[in-house]
Design a protein around this ligand. Structure first.
Ligand code: SAM
Length: 483
């Protein structure tokens, strides 16, 4: 951008001065117009911004995308020269979506397409949406030295990382994405981001990072029409290669967080498919399937995303996509999180699970803990476990239920009130352990006491206990200390 860095500075000053911030917009629009906007309905927001004041005009210009009289102080000539606005009659209309960001910054992307509007361009730069928020919530909160944002798009992940990472490299294949991302960072006062163009890990060959994040072009479709969501790799091959290659770019102890889609193919367990991507990487891994859609739902979702419903090509695209899935015997598509940890162990473990429940956000605040629990449960030997001091995790509660008047509960559930909020149905032994384990005593004598109370054979209990406790350690209900 020719005018950089002067243009972003002037623009930022004007927008902040006018109250074009997350709070300012929220206050001006109010709940009803904001909720309508989330449903893609702009009329309530247009009503709330019709006064002609600077804030209302900026919301109309950058967010609602309607022609406006340029407000005083807006560097119109520079914006025209950079192609960020276009002249329309005596007014200006923005060519991008420029929205205030939580951290006091701004995110610049292409405008969303609406049904009946102009078609999506092939190099469309997608804005900060639900998937970006998902990835940001998943990424580890640990301050680190070097991070990579692969497929940076509008640059929003960098804004999330900027306050806890020393040096950030952001890559993308789409030059327009890098251009808009640079503007997002400049308008947000984030300096020194190393932006590089190229596919997958090509731009960072031979380098290592403490943290890698990627919200990749994960959409699985017969052809790559839009670079923001389709990579051109066959089926789910982009996500597979991302997972397989990432460990080579992690420093010891580093972590990588990705969003991904994967195929469910008839006769194959999806867990084996995705688990296979992580096998042999040498990293500990955690794969969570958060959602599954059948082929028709999936195709409709992405045709809607490109506002193609109701267009002349809708039927043909839909049919073609479904036929392609059928030719590969695809029964569904999974969406989820993949986390890799370069723990340096000689005995890595990969946990693949389906978990759609509501979790405490941000997951990143406790994702390192989750990986540590999975690794610990896998690597602790039975003997070590019997000698270890277990403690029930903070926030675990017990729920008992059964028929009214029954002496013993028919069902005992341990439930986490924080973190992933998992629930596990347990037997009386695990429930008794949860009642007494505070990290003060080794497991072995606790089991003897429980055997005495329940009348179980102590040897039996001792041999059963590791297999009862290990899954509960992996799922974070118990922690152990072996020192
Ligand atoms: C879903 S967008 C993610 C944007 C942003 N990081 C976010 O979280 O919202 C995916 C990005 O990956 C980029 N991309 C597509 N193919 C790629 C490839 N082969 N290598 C690297 N990036 C790619 C796209 O241009 C797009 O900007």
């Amino acid at each position: 951008m020719k005018e950089l860095p002067e243009l972003p500075g002037r623009l930022r000053e004007l927008m902040l001065g006018a109250g074009y911030t997350v709070d300012g917009v929220r206050e001006r629009l109010g709940d009803v117009a904001a909720a309508a906007l989330a449903r893609e309905e702009t009329i309530p927001a247009l009503r709330a911004t019709r006064e002609g004041d600077t804030l209302g005009t900026l919301i109309r210009l950058w967010w609602l995308g309607v022609p406006v009289e340029a407000p005083r102080g807006l560097p119109v000539d520079a914006l025209l020269a950079e192609g960020l606005v276009a002249a329309e009659g005596g007014r200006i209309v923005s060519t991008v979506h420029l929205q205030p960001w939580e951290t006091g910054g701004y995110v610049v992307s292409d405008r969303k397409v609406r049904p009946g509007g102009p078609a999506l361009r092939a190099d469309h730069v997608v804005g900060a949406g639900g998937a970006s928020a998902n990835l940001a919530q998943l990424a580890s909160r640990r301050p680190v030295g070097r991070a990579l944002d692969l497929g940076t798009g509008c640059g929003v992940q960098v804004l999330h990382l900027a306050d806890r990472v020393g040096e950030i490299v952001a890559t993308d294949v789409n030059p327009r994405a890098l251009e808009l991302a640079r503007l997002s960072w400049a308008l947000s006062g984030v300096e020194g981001v190393d932006a590089r163009r190229g596919s997958l890990f090509d731009p960072v060959a031979g380098e290592r990072f403490d943290l890698i994040v990627s919200n990749p072009p994960f959409v699985i479709s017969p052809r790559a029409r839009f670079s923001y969501r389709e990579s051109g790799f066959a089926a789910d091959g982009f996500c597979r290669d991302l997972v397989r290659l990432a460990p080579r770019f992690l420093t010891p102890g580093g972590t990588c967080h990705l969003l991904a889609n994967w195929l469910h193919v008839g006769g194959e367990d999806w867990r084996d498919r995705v688990g296979g991507w992580l096998a042999g990487t040498g990293c500990d891994g955690w794969v969570v399937q958060r959602d599954v859609q059948d082929p028709a739902e999936y195709v409709e979702l992405w045709l809607r995303d490109a506002a193609e419903q109701g267009t002349p090509r809708y039927r043909e695209l839909y049919d073609d996509w479904l036929g392609w899935f059928a030719s590969m015997n695809v029964t569904a598509v999974g969406f989820g999180w993949i986390t890799l940890s370069a723990s340096g162990t000689l005995d890595p473990v990969v946990r693949v699970e389906e978990f759609g429940g509501r979790v405490e956000l941000p997951v990143g605040a406790y994702v390192d803990e989750i990986l540590a629990s999975i690794g610990e449960a896998h690597r602790v030997s039975d003997e070590e476990l019997l000698g270890a001091r277990p403690a029930v995790a903070r926030g675990v509660v017990e729920e008992r239920s059964g028929p009214p008047g029954a002496e013993d509960p028919a069902r005992i559930v341990l439930r986490q009130e924080r973190g992933l909020r998992r629930a596990a149905r347990v037997g009386t032994v695990e429930a008794a352990l949860a009642g007494v384990c505070d990290g003060g005593f080794p497991l072995d004598p606790l089991l003897s006491a429980i055997a005495e109370l329940t009348g179980e054979d102590p040897c039996d209990l001792r041999s059963r206990a590791p297999q009862l406790l290990r899954p509960l350690i992996a799922e974070g209900f118990f922690h152990i200390s072996t020192g």
